[in-house]
Design a protein around this ligand. Structure first.
Ligand code: UD1
Ligand code: CA
Length: 451
């Protein structure tokens, strides 16, 4: 069996935050969630997250995605793993991962599981450009791993070592739990260090090895917000490159923000400063112009989406949305429609060939096929207490500057004349007109201007 322990109980003091460190987001997903995802991709049968500082926040956010064990108080990384009591005595391979290394690839974890076929412990190491305060990997003359020394405990010679501990390890599970008992806290921070297991397990005449990571950016630990921003950049580049390789055009990958959960089909073109998040799918040949923000939405093929916000909604095929449209709360826009400038839809079903070109609010509304919604149409759907529905049927024509006081139905082929405030249903084929009668006063214009 394959297990993973994610160490996520620390506060992350250097983040200067009330939020537990592992809840900070990289490419819009909490660090810990990235690690749970890659663990699953690497085939883990059971994942235990060690929580402590802000444990309720972490548990609530990750509920159902993994198991939890509480570490209270937090006495170090070795002490953290001891809390995973549900793994004690089980046969199998266990990876232990620092909760602050969000950019890990599943392939790296798979490789560590494989390495455990012929050793009892493996340490993933790296040679970053700046070894900063990482624990140093100390090897003997033959190049074998001897021990790991924390930066704070290291002497000058040890600090000069370039190879560092990434905080990602693999163990034979039974060896892990019997060895944890032997860790002591006689060090600079008076903590129980997981890194002491190198010497403890070697002392049992079992094989321990170091494996160098291919890429030090992938395994970098996040301790402050500068490193968080760096991880964001790195992970966004990985996500965007994967999308480009699969046939998506991203005009400026340094300025395009897409979460890893997003699925994008080929020949989609994405302009700079676009944000796409959550459970979103974008269909073939759709173009997304700058400043668009799309969350948890399903976008079909051949759409043009210009500088618009689309949240929790569906846009089917061949629509022209924007610029500056806002679709939210379960909108469904069918095919070949036009939803134009400064138009807001909330919970609207908008059928084929219908048009709403400018400056409109539709809320809780059904719009049939081939219907025209003029400029400045407003559904008046809220009386301060309750929301009411508006239905506008097929081929209707709603003129400009119309207020529709819901609940109201406008029938098939019905017309609502411009400037009308309608509070009664309009039957199929009828016209509603309700305007204040206009009066013209001859010469008053000149008089007003004193001519
Ligand atoms: C740790 C390693 C160091 C390594 C570095 C890589 C130890 C002793 N040191 O140092 O060798 O180079 O990671 O990034 O392990 N945590 C708990 N409970 C605790 C303490 C920490 O769950 O009691 C968790 C933290 O939430 C964090 C992870 O363990 O996700 C690492 O802790 P952190 O304090 O960041 O360790 P480093 O000092 O970076
Ligand atoms: Ca760290």
């Amino acid at each position: 069996m394959k297990y993973v322990v994610i160490m996520a109980a620390g506060k992350g003091t250097r983040m200067q935050s009330d939020l537990p460190k592992v809840m900070h987001k990289v490419c819009n997903t909490p660090m810990i969630e990235h690690l749970i995802d890659v663990s699953k991709e690497a085939g883990a049968d059971k994942i235990v997250s060690i929580v402590g500082y802000g444990s309720e926040i972490v548990k609530k956010a990750m509920e159902g995605k993994c198991e939890f064990a509480l570490q209270e108080p937090q006495l170090g990384t070795g002490h953290a793993v001891m809390q995973a009591k549900q793994l004690e005595g089980l046969k199998g391979k266990t990876l232990v991962i620092n909760g602050d290394t969000p950019c890990l690839n599943p392939e790296t974890l798979t490789k560590l599981y494989d390495e455990l076929d012929d050793c009892s412990m493996v340490v993933l190491t790296a040679i970053p450009e700046d070894a900063s305060a990482y624990g140093r990997v100390i090897k003997n003359e033959d190049g074998y791993l001897e021990r790991i020394v924390e930066f704070k405990d290291a002497n000058e010679e040890e600090r000069a070592v370039k190879e560092i501990n990434t905080g990602i390890y693999g163990f034979d599970n039974e060896v892990l739990f019997e060895s944890l008992k032997e860790i002591k806290n006689d060090n600079a921070q008076q903590e129980y260090y997981i890194t002491d297991l190198v010497e403890i397990i070697k002392g049992k005449n079992k094989k321990v090895k170091a494996v160098l990571a291919n890429n030090s950016e992938e395994v970098a630990g996040i301790n402050d917000r500068v490193e968080l921003a760096r991880a964001n950049k790195y992970m966004q580049r990985v996500i965007n490159e994967r999308l480009m390789e699969s046939g998506v055009t991203i005009i400026d990958p340094d300025n395009t923000y897409i979460s890893k959960s997003v699925k994008i089909e080929k020949d989609v073109v994405i302009y700079p400063n676009v944000h796409i998040q959550g459970n979103t799918v974008i269909g073939e040949n759709t173009e997304i112009l700058p400043q668009s923000f799309i969350v948890n939405s399903k976008i079909g093929k051949n759409n043009l989406i210009d500088s618009s916000h689309i949240v929790d909604s569906e846009v089917k095929d061949s629509n022209y949305i924007g610029p500056y449209a806002h679709l939210r709360m379960n909108c469904v826009v069918e095919n070949k429609t036009r939803v134009g400038n400064f138009v807001e839809f909330k919970n609207v079903h908008f059928n084929d060939l219908s048009r709403s070109g400018h400056l409109t609010y539709l809320g809780d509304t059904y719009v049939g096929k081939d219907t025209n919604i003029g400029c400045g149409v407003v559904t008046i759907n809220f009386d301060g207490k309750n929301k009411f529905r508006t239905t506008i049927k097929d081929r209707a024509f709603v003129g400009s500057n119309v207020g529709l006081i819901a609940p109201i139905t406008v029938g098939n082929d019905a017309v609502v004349a411009a400037g009308t405030t309608a509070n009664r249903d309009v039957e199929d084929g009828d016209m509603a007109i309700g305007r204040v009668t206009q009066e013209n006063k001859p010469g008053y214009g000149y008089k007003y201007k004193n001519k």
